[in-house]
Design a protein around this ligand. Structure first.
Ligand code: NI
Length: 160
């Protein structure tokens, strides 16, 4: 596995729509491993493939630091409620902003073995799911920020 270069706000690849994964190849498996390693190294709680320059519908999320989710071709099939809170992104370093998201989402996705599963997420995990899935359609949280983007100190910059 290897740490990959995280693409930053302003790079075109972050504005593009990612493609569905049709088969799990060794190369894609390696990408997933690298995404997990890159996310942990950057102290992030989520990372989407376009953030490492690959336009595939893959995200990794770990809000607890011990239980990573790998979501291939994820799709939100249900959402409800609302939460408003601070959000950041590894592709927009040093910044954060207030974003309103659903408080509950149900996602269907494939795992790293291309087996379908369902994930029900609330609160921070729901926020992370929404944030990462937006990346797959070329959207960044900065488009949804209420008010101004703010500068964060390193300690506060934990929601990505
Ligand atoms: Ni992000």
């Amino acid at each position: 596995m290897a740490i990959r270069n995280i693409r930053e706000y302003g790079e075109e690849v972050l504005t593009k729509k990612s493609k569905e994964v049709t088969e799990m190849t060794p190369r894609t498996r390696e990408l997933i491993g690298d995404m997990l390693e890159t996310m942990y190294e950057a102290n992030g709680i989520g990372l989407a493939a376009p953030q490492v320059g690959i336009l595939k519908r893959i995200v990794v999320i770990d809000t607890t630091g011990q239980d990573p989710y790998v979501l291939v071709n994820p799709r939100i099939v249900e959402s409800s409620g609302e939460q408003t809170g601070q959000e950041g992104c590894l592709s927009v370093p040093g910044k954060c902003g207030i974003v309103t998201r659903p408080n509950y989402v149900k996602v269907v996705a494939l795992d790293a073995d291309m087996k379908p599963f369902e994930l029900e997420a609330t609160e921070l995990l729901a926020r992370a799911v929404c944030h990462e899935l937006d990346h797959l359609d070329g959207h960044l949280y900065v488009e949804k920020v209420e008010g101004e983007l703010q500068n964060v100190t390193y300690e506060e910059d934990e929601e990505r």
